[in-house]
Design a protein around this ligand. Structure first.
Ligand SMILES: [Zn+2]
Length: 449
């Protein structure tokens, strides 16, 4: 039996918004057996490991409910779906899972992956073969014509190795839910936004309300949770009416959607990190700038912040997601930025942001009742911080302040193996970003007639 006694200065246990001082955690075989005042903690038995983190702030490990292990820090849709094999993606996902854990994320939801990637990574980590966070695994995003992830022309469709499963009828949709359940997913991901819009600009949902309800009911009948991508009002409304467990984004919902989400008991994960990073980090030559996409992200954040503030006030539970797996959200880098954005954009207190990223996030995980808080009987997944995120939420993004990450009572390896991005992603074949007519070349001063 392995026993750990850890003394800390300040404890945020995730069960409430409060902190306590001079606390001790006792961990036996990965589970917490005592959490309380140091003065009344049981004495360590011979052989127990004692860690005196007397200056540190201790909190539950982060739960990132939106990480795409299959995407490989992709720069484009082609990068996501075309240039790599399932086998390479699985190895790459396993490698990056270690980076995610080292960033303090002890549990993550992987909504939408190719093949059985996140299932395989989940199982190999759970078996103790490799380091990584606990994983809620999914398979391919269920999509419809003109919906998210059906991003290539119709004649291409969505071959087996794509991250989308294009269903063209209700029976295909139900069959896909059953297949994924059989394969062992924890959750089904549905792409609810279409690409078509009404004349007033509103996004038309990709599935009808009835189709959505049928898929969600079947997933729930088979014991799977359901997550959905939904920016648009209609998509959020159909998802809520169908009883979806986890809704991403919801930037363009309205107050009727908030009411429906409350009724359904859905968790909301706005995942603002992806658009905010796009706004803040892109360079003038990035297509995200030249195509106007970054401007759309900026407007979306402005509009979305208003309605999301009302959703918070109405009592909808919020979780934290980063959409890691894109070039603008590389693994292991920006997971904790969502907490900062909950504070700066939506007016969360730092304690409320920590609660979202731990307690609420854990509810999206399999066996979530054993995760997300530091209480007796639960998994000993926690972080040691040099500084309090309650004073400055950005402490969580400062690697020098993240002193240790424990998963099941064991300290995890914090060093991240370097990698060559050119051999890991960035496989697109783009060679020119300009059109070299004589006029253009003359303008560039490289040619004169
Ligand atoms: Zn996503």
């Amino acid at each position: 039996m392995s026993t750990l006694h850890l003394h800390c200065q300040t404890l945020f246990d995730g069960a409430s918004l409060n902190t306590r001082q001079q606390q001790t955690l006792v961990v036996e075989n990965g589970l917490l057996t005592y959490v309380g005042p140091r003065s009344s903690a049981p004495a360590p038995q011979p052989g127990a490991q004692v860690v005196d983190a007397a200056d540190n702030f201790v909190m539950p490990g982060l739960v990132d409910v939106h990480t795409h292990l299959a995407f490989g820090n992709a720069q484009s849709e082609e990068d996501i779906d075309i240039w790599t094999t399932d086998e390479f993606r699985a190895l790459r996902g396993l490698f990056f899972a270690q980076h995610v854990l080292a960033a303090g994320v002890t549990s993550m939801v992987c909504p939408g992956d190719s093949g059985q990637l996140s299932i395989a990574v989940r199982n190999s980590i759970a078996a103790g073969m490799f380091d990584g966070p606990r994983i809620a695994a999914s398979s391919r995003v269920i999509t419809n014509r003109q919906s998210l992830n059906d991003w290539f022309p119709s004649r291409v469709g969505a071959p087996e190795y794509f991250t989308a499963r294009l269903v063209t009828s209700r029976s295909e949709a139900i069959a896909e839910v059953r297949k994924q359940a059989k394969d062992g997913v924890d959750l089904i991901k549905i792409a609810m936004d279409g690409t078509h819009r009404r004349p007033n600009g509103e996004i038309i949902a990709a599935f009808t309300a009835d189709e959505t309800k049928e898929m969600v009911d079947e997933a729930h009948r088979l014991g799977c949770k359901v997550a959905t991508h939904a920016y648009g009002r209609e998509a959020v409304m159909y998802a809520a009416k169908a009883g979806v467990d986890l809704v991403f984004h919801a930037f363009y919902m309205d107050d009727a959607c908030i009411e429906a989400l409350l009724q359904a008991g859905s968790i909301l994960a706005p995942t603002m990190t992806f658009p905010q990073n796009t706004v803040d980090f892109c360079q003038p030559h990035d297509p995200a700038i030249t195509t106007g996409y970054a401007g759309y992200c900026a407007r979306t954040l402005e509009v979305g912040s208003q309605v999301l503030k009302r959703a918070k006030a109405a009592g909808i539970p919020f979780a934290c997601g980063s959409d890691s797996g894109f070039a603008v959200t590389p693994y292991g880098e920006w997971h904790a930025r969502e907490l900062e954005l909950l504070v700066t954009r939506l007016g969360f207190t730092p304690a409320e942001a920590l609660f979202a990223a731990t307690n609420v996030g854990a509810r999206c995980m399999p066996r979530g009742e054993t995760l997300g808080t530091l209480e007796v009987g639960k998994q000993a997944d926690f972080l040691l911080l040099d500084g309090s995120p309650l004073d400055d939420i950005c402490v969580l993004q400062d690697r020098s302040k993240l002193k240790a990450v424990y998963k099941a009572g064991q300290p995890v390896r914090m060093e991240r193996s370097p990698y060559n991005p050119k051999q890991v992603s960035d496989f697109n074949s783009l060679k020119w970003t300009d059109l070299y007519t004589r006029d253009r070349v003359a303008q560039l001063g490289k040619w004169s007639v």
